[in-house]
Write a protein that binds this ligand. Structure first.
Ligand code: S3P
Length: 190
């Protein structure tokens, strides 16, 4: 789909927010970050960055391979480096890996130039979205609602305190999610 007024809509949002902030999408695996990110890129003619994708490019390995060969702490260090490197970007949407906000330094780096949007979904919705995925090492061997629910609960505080705005994605079309997100961003005041 082509969005005729993407540049005008982006400028109008920048004006309402008072500054051309980036939009950083955070939330649990399967919350809809990548899908929403692609849609926002098109709707507002933004640059798009996906932290997982940047790590894969840099390391020359898939996420699962990085976890297997180097371990999770190594992957988390890669995430922190990627977020730090995004400090200079503007007019962008940044889709963050689901565990990225567990490090306070990453949140602080994101906050320098981005409004942080938490995308949420119920554990059952998440499971339905990720059940056939083999590329998420955190869920390998734990592909069930109970595990998703308990990990989500452990992360809830970090997600919610990092977020400037929150959008629930259950049972909503991608267009509805993006429209709601942009309305909330335009209305957001520090
Ligand atoms: C992770 C989420 C993944 C990816 C990695 C770890 C997590 O990203 O960064 O597998 O700890 O929640 P998505 O949220 O895009 O699936």
């Amino acid at each position: 789909m082509k969005f005729e007024n993407a540049d005008r809509d982006r400028e109008s949002l920048n004006k309402k927010m008072g500054y051309p902030y980036n939009i950083a999408l955070i939330g649990f695996m399967g919350a809809g970050k990548s899908t929403v990110s692609h849609q926002l890129r098109q709707m507002l003619n933004l640059q798009e960055y996906e932290t997982d994708e940047m790590i894969v490019q840099k390391e020359g390995m898939a996420i699962t391979e990085i976890f297997e060969k180097r371990g999770e702490p190594y992957f988390r260090d890669c995430e922190s480096r990627v977020v730090a490197s995004l400090g200079e970007c503007s007019q962008s949407v940044i889709s963050c890996g689901g565990g990225l906000v567990m490090r306070a330094e990453n949140v602080a780096n994101l906050k320098k130039s981005s409004r942080i949007v938490l995308l949420r979904a119920q554990p059952a919705t998440i499971l339905g979205r990720v059940i056939n995925s083999t590329g998420r090492p955190i869920l390998n061997g734990h592909m069930n609602e109970e595990y998703i629910s308990s990990l989500m609960e452990k992360r809830r505080g970090a997600y919610e305190s990092a977020a400037d705005i929150v959008v629930d994605t259950d049972k909503k079309s991608i267009r509805k999610i993006c429209d709601e997100l942009l309305e909330k961003l335009a209305a957001y005041k520090n």
